[in-house]
Design a protein around this ligand. Structure first.
Ligand SMILES: Cc1ncc(COP(=O)(O)O)c(C=O)c1O
Length: 451
């Protein structure tokens, strides 16, 4: 994509920043070498090598909006664990609870008193009355697809091109040359996912209508805005239109709010007033401890209970041993009651709005034709003048070389933003001064790159 960026200067910046990272992080380098023989690719999850640093940065500790690496550098964190730490690292009430509960047991496979309270809190907040718990958002989505298929008696699902719902196999389908194909890069997948997954472009209601017309689709699963291929906002009326089409065709609607929970206290769907049949949410729901939830309407819950009462005996294929354990249920409660508050959202959204304004002003000053999009506490810039409307448009606006160099430049100066795109989150401790540091540092990098 054409930008006024000087590619030769960009190349030399990337080189300089790589050298700077290597010399500034000797302890991370040593740990990377020590980990190499015993961890696949030298990291606990193989994709941790995709950050764009010459070796992984090893973290020592994190608190609030900051984390510190093993070489003693302190970072301003705008990545916040890609939403897992959206309310800051070790949020006070959750940290206090962890200390208090540390010697009172972690897991029994039985409910505790917090379970009922957490169910009520989720129902009050998200408008769906009945809830279940998993350990990851991936697993919440996987469970919901199972329920939708079981209760509808239909095998297919519909996803949007460029979606991401965790490592749920069924959703790893893209639209390539107008055909559904496996997402490139998928490892070890032996099933033809396109047999049971349809895929259409986001913001294309006619395509949704056509895909649902034969009434063989169990559910549409989507984020209210695509957030994993850069950012793609829904056109006005699009999500409402999908809701109407799903109702007309007896198809369930699943809204995955794992990232769009940044939008506000009730999530995106709550703000929009669209009630899905299922809602899924993971990442920050237990303040960064591993937990996820999925909610369902009363009608769906009744059908699910009837299904369970009459199904043949045997494992349902849903539920893992450590999910809904006593420890994380307590953490979800503390988080919902004391951390994910209206006040926290007010502050985070106002800070992200300031960030969006400052980024827009910077790009205007440097005549960079780039757009900025804010969803509550989340703010992203993309290398295109007009906000993308589809996954394909968002992907076309990516520039991996530029992104890698900018991220490394920021990292070398104590600022972390989310890898794989230009996403930032503001937590309750993020201040205007932190935002100024990010934008001023980004400005320095860009000023040196303008052609
Ligand atoms: C929208 C959305 N849903 C689900 C997930 C999966 O979350 P996890 O990796 O915690 O299972 C992600 C992860 O990025 C996500 O962005």
């Amino acid at each position: 994509m054409q930008t006024p960026i000087d590619r030769t200067r960009l190349e030399s910046l990337a080189h300089q920043e790589t050298e700077r990272f290597i010399s500034a992080n000797p302890t991370s380098r040593q740990l990377a070498q020590a980990a190499r023989p015993h961890l696949l690719s030298g990291v606990p999850m193989h994709w941790m090598t995709d950050w764009g640093t010459p070796f992984p940065l090893f973290v020592d500790h994190a608190r609030g909006v900051h984390f510190t690496d093993v070489d003693g550098h302190r970072y301003l964190d705008f990545c916040l664990g890609d939403t897992g730490a959206m309310f800051g690292h070790s949020p006070g009430p959750v940290a206090a609870l962890v200390r208090e509960l540390a010697e009172r047991g972690y897991t029994t496979m039985l409910p505790t008193g917090n379970a009922a309270r957490v169910g009520a809190l989720l129902a009050e907040r998200f408008g769906l009355p009945v809830w279940q718990f998993t350990t990851t958002a991936t697993d919440a989505n996987r469970s919901v697809l199972r329920w939708a298929r079981a209760l509808s008696g239909r095998s297919r699902i519909l996803v949007f091109d460029g979606c991401y719902h965790g490592t749920v196999d069924d959703t790893f389908v893209r639209l390539t040359d107008r055909e559904a194909r496996h997402r490139p890069g998928l490892v070890g997948q032996v099933h033809d996912l396109t047999l049971h997954t349809r895929v259409v472009p986001f913001n294309d209601l006619s395509a949704v209508e056509a895909a649902l017309a034969d009434r063989t689709v169990a559910c549409v699963i989507t984020e209210p805005a695509l957030t994993n291929i850069g950012m793609v906002l829904p056109d006005p009326g699009f999500i409402e239109g999908v809701r109407a089409l799903t109702c007309e065709t007896g198809t369930y609607l699943v809204l995955d709010e794992t990232h769009t929970i940044s939008a506000g206290y009730h999530g995106w769907s709550g703000a929009l007033g669209v009630v899905p049949d299922f809602l899924t949410l993971g990442k920050p729901v237990a303040g960064g401890l591993p937990a996820a939830v999925y909610g369902m309407s009363r009608e769906v819950a009744k059908a699910a209970e009837a299904y369970l009462a009459t199904k043949e005996t045997g494992h349902s294929g849903m539920g893992t041993t450590l999910s809904a354990n006593m420890f994380t249920m307590a953490a979800i409660r503390a988080n919902l009651e004391q951390v994910m508050t209206r006040d926290a959202y007010w502050h985070m959204t106002a800070t992200a709005a300031y960030l969006a304004e400052r980024l827009e002003a910077l790009f205007a000053r440097l005549a960079l034709p780039w757009c900025v999009t804010q969803i509550g506490a989340r703010c992203e810039f993309q290398y295109c003048p007009v906000r993308p409307r589809t996954g394909v448009e968002a992907e076309a606006a990516m520039d991996d070389t530029l992104e890698g160099a900018l991220h490394l430049y920021l990292l070398n100066r104590g600022i972390l933003i989310t890898p794989f795109h230009n996403m930032t989150l503001c937590c309750p401790e993020t201040t205007h001064a932190h935002v100024d540091t990010l934008v001023d540092t980004l400005a320095e990098a860009l000023e040196g790159l303008i052609a």
